[in-house]
Design a protein around this ligand. Structure first.
Ligand SMILES: [Zn+2]
Ligand SMILES: [Zn+2]
Length: 300
């Protein structure tokens, strides 16, 4: 059963349109011979990437123009658009093509492997696991390490062969989290809703944030520091606490202080959460609202 909230009807129709070999041949004709084009491309680039009706028909080995035209019409407006000089693929068609490149369904990558890096908390070797195109990096020796599980295209593993895989996964996830915090889904550009689960505001657990797309299936749960990391007030707080941020090109600098982060419901406003970060002799208290906005920062 497709949830109508997820745009079930529209996606069914879009998939159904592709359910014919001739239509796939038409799209393949674009992708085999031409790189994607955007409307602002220089005219000469655009021209060489546009296929005329005759070129398109030849590329699909069709001789019956009535039949060819019928299938081309089905794709028009959704996957293919007619411009003055001929036909071009739409951004939707390009996204399909890129998803295939990113995930290369026929390619196999290892499912369990060592990561060439040690746990920031216990120094053990980190472990990687790849299932259903989700990559998990974890420490099998301690439970202080937060790690990550996030969708990661197969291509990202194939081109990296072990090294930098965790950094690549982490940075990809964190930039997506940063965008989602602004209210935009990194996958479909829909609206995201943000919550700070109350049950983890127990002054003991690491507080988390949940981000859910209201249109597609994109969803993450992250520690609260990762959720807030692009906020300049947080950068200030880390600097004042003396957290070394400059040691890494990646955004993993806050990982080591995660075990020292706790939260509680704010005493003066129960819709807000107060997050405590202790580092050395200092404690930062960050108050965030229910939309994950930073309300105040104090250092004690
Ligand atoms: Zn560990
Ligand atoms: Zn979405």
């Amino acid at each position: 059963m497709i949830n109508s909230k997820r745009g079930g009807g529209a996606s069914e129709e879009a998939f159904a349109l592709l359910g014919h070999e001739i239509r796939l041949d038409i799209l393949r004709a674009f992708f085999e011979r031409y790189a994607p084009v955007d409307p602002g491309s220089r005219s000469d680039v655009r021209e060489e990437r546009t296929l005329s009706y005759a070129e398109l028909m030849a590329a699909t080995d069709m001789e019956d123009s009535g039949k060819f035209n019928y299938h081309l019409e089905k794709l028009r407006g959704i996957y293919v658009e007619e411009i003055e000089e001929g036909y071009v693929p739409t951004a939707g068609a390009i996204a399909l093509y890129e998803a295939v490149i990113a995930n290369r369904p026929t390619e196999s990558v290892p499912t369990n492997f060592d990561i060439d890096e040690s746990c920031p908390n216990c120094e053990s070797r980190l472990q990687g696991k790849y299932e259903q195109e989700f990559l998990t990096v974890e420490c099998s020796a301690c439970d202080l390490f937060w790690g990550a599980t996030y969708r990661f295209p197969k291509n990202g593993l194939s081109v990296r062969e072990g090294e930098n895989v965790y950094e690549a996964l982490y940075d990809r996830m964190m930039y997506h989290v940063g965008l989602a915090r602004t209210g935009q889904c990194p996958s479909c550009a829909g609206i995201t809703s943000l919550t700070v689960p109350r049950e983890r505001l127990d002054e003991d657990s690491t507080p988390t944030a949940e981000m859910t797309c209201e249109t597609c299936s994109w969803f993450v749960t992250v520690d609260i520091l990762s959720a807030l990391q692009f906020d300049p007030q947080m950068t200030n707080a880390f600097l004042e606490l003396g957290v070394p941020l400059s040691g890494s090109g990646s955004m993993r600098a806050t990982e080591q202080i995660l075990p020292n982060v706790t939260g509680r419901v704010s005493t003066d406003d129960s819709s807000r959460a107060t997050i405590s970060i202790s580092h050395g002799d200092a404690i930062a208290k960050i108050t965030v609202g229910d939309e994950l906005e930073v309300c105040s920062v104090t250092i004690e």
